[in-house]
Ligand binder design. Structure first.
Ligand code: CA
Ligand code: CA
Length: 482
């Protein structure tokens, strides 16, 4: 029955249409249709004319260049992998948004445009499964050191821990960029955040794992000037090797993001010079005590300079830091000051294997720069209360990473890093004297922007009094960029 009804309906409709063709009302409809059709064609012609005029007016097939913070990343492998049709070249610290040099770390979609402003949203989802075993004691609950390589958190002097398992997606990251042409140049902005930099809430792992989004960078740039929170100009970010870890070579790298005002200027032949003033903060330890304390008593911004050379995937960066430290005890004693300085040489040297193999390295030394290196293992200075003196702490730190491509996207990086601290006699015997670590990984990228990795790590920490601790770690990671 339903079948019959359907057929009947169709027949009625068809006959109706045939009949309609002969009535005056239909003649009217056809005339209306023709008029409407003409109108649409006319509109289409006008639209085409406007479109052609617009295209001729702004031949900006490759939209404005990101100047925000580009100098440090200039000429890195990551930037060279970027396609020519990419409208928003990435800003400084690109390796932080990307996979620290991984081949699948290509930019995602080409963003979108509203009016004159180009937008791009990028980042990645990262899941980590980490097995840690401490040789000399257990950690407190939920320390950062269980989620990333953080040498100062390795326990010393206890007994061997069990194998501890941690899994989270805290290192997932999102970045939002804009570029707006103003005159001959572009005004650019970048905001970048992840869930790893903010401390975990207590009890967070019990049921819902509500990790907090934390600011990494928020920076605007125009014509060589950059202002906002960005990687310190003292750090050459591009030299960081590919790793499953959050940093990979924490022990030996300069590692600071803070508010700064930077000016960069290319001087030709691949050379760029830059200088910045950055947020000051003196981190001191009281004589005889190992704990580090922020003071917030600083008066003068930290000053940095960089000389960078980059060409054909190779680069070399020489940076310098000068700072004035100040501690005001607010207990009737006078405020004390001291000067700190540092020098850092870093770079990327491509190997002539034709596969993308390279060596990345950094070597940093100075006095009174503890907070700038290794996520602050050493105090900037020891506050000698008895003599009203602030004594800067000297240190030497470095890392090297060698990457080799086996076949296709299958690749490995071996990395090693260290930091040696010369604590003054007034420092606590429980202060860290040296740390080192080494890791080797295997990564593969079976799909675009997908990195699967496994990394084996051994870390070591030794105190002034000779006590030491070890960490062995097996780290599985999956990262999908977008
Ligand atoms: Ca945990
Ligand atoms: Ca401050």
């Amino acid at each position: 029955m339903p079948h019959f009804r359907q057929r009947t309906t169709r027949a009625v409709l068809l006959s109706g249409l045939m009949l309609a063709g002969t009535t005056p009302a239909t003649a009217q409809t056809v005339a209306d249709y023709q008029a409407l059709r003409n109108k649409v064609d006319e509109l289409q012609r006008r639209l085409d004319t406007v479109q052609r005029a617009l295209t001729a007016k702004e031949p900006r097939e490759t939209p404005p260049v990101m100047v925000v913070a580009s100098p440090p990343a200039t000429g890195t492998a990551a930037q060279q992998q970027q396609g020519p049709s990419d409208p928003l070249p990435r800003p400084a610290g690109a390796p932080s948004v990307l996979a620290q040099g991984g081949p699948s770390a290509l930019p995602a979609g080409y963003g979108f445009r509203i009016g004159e402003t180009n937008f791009r949203i990028s980042g990645f989802i990262k899941g980590d499964l980490i097995f840690s075993r401490y040789g000399d004691g257990d950690t407190a609950t939920n320390p950062l050191g269980r989620e990333l390589s953080l040498p100062q958190s390795i326990p010393v002097g206890g007994r061997r821990s069990a194998i501890l398992a941690d899994a989270s997606a805290k290192q997932s990251r999102i970045a939002f960029q804009t570029a707006t042409p103003i005159g001959e140049k572009s005004l650019t902005t970048l905001i970048e955040a992840d869930f790893q930099v903010a401390p975990a809430v207590s009890g967070g792992e019990r049921a819902l794992n509500p990790y907090t989004l934390g600011l990494r960078r928020a920076v605007a740039g125009y014509g060589g000037f950059a202002v906002g929170q960005d990687w310190s100009n003292f750090q050459y970010v591009a030299a960081l090797p590919e790793t499953a870890d959050f940093v990979g070579v924490t022990d030996g790298t300069v590692l600071v993001r803070q508010m700064l005002l930077r000016y960069s200027h290319p001087v030709g032949d691949g050379w760029t010079i830059s200088t910045s003033i950055e947020n000051p903060e003196t981190v001191s330890a009281m004589a005889g005590a190992p704990a580090l304390a922020d003071n917030d008593d600083d008066s003068v911004p930290d000053l940095t300079g960089q000389l960078l050379w980059a060409a054909k995937g190779a680069s070399l960066s020489l940076t310098g830091l000068f700072r004035s430290m100040r501690v005001d005890p607010a207990n009737g004693r006078p405020a004390v000051t001291a000067q700190g300085y540092g020098v850092s040489l870093a770079g990327i040297a491509p190997l002539s294997t034709g596969k993308g193999d390279d060596i990345r390295f950094m070597m940093t030394g100075g006095r009174g720069l503890g907070r700038y290196v290794g996520a602050n293992v050493a105090a900037d200075a020891i506050y000698d209360t008895a003599n009203d003196r602030l004594v800067p702490v000297p240190l030497l730190a470095g890392f090297a990473g060698v990457r080799h491509f086996w076949i296709g996207t299958l690749r490995s990086t071996w990395m090693g890093s260290f930091q040696r601290i010369w604590n003054p006699a007034t420092a606590s015997p429980l202060s860290t004297r040296q740390v080192w670590d080494t890791a080797v990984n295997l990564f593969v990228s079976p799909l675009p922007r997908l990195d699967l990795g496994v990394e084996l790590r051994v870390s070591h920490r030794e105190l002034v009094n000779g006590a030491s601790g070890m960490l062995e770690r097996l780290h599985f990671t999956v990262k999908q960029g977008f």
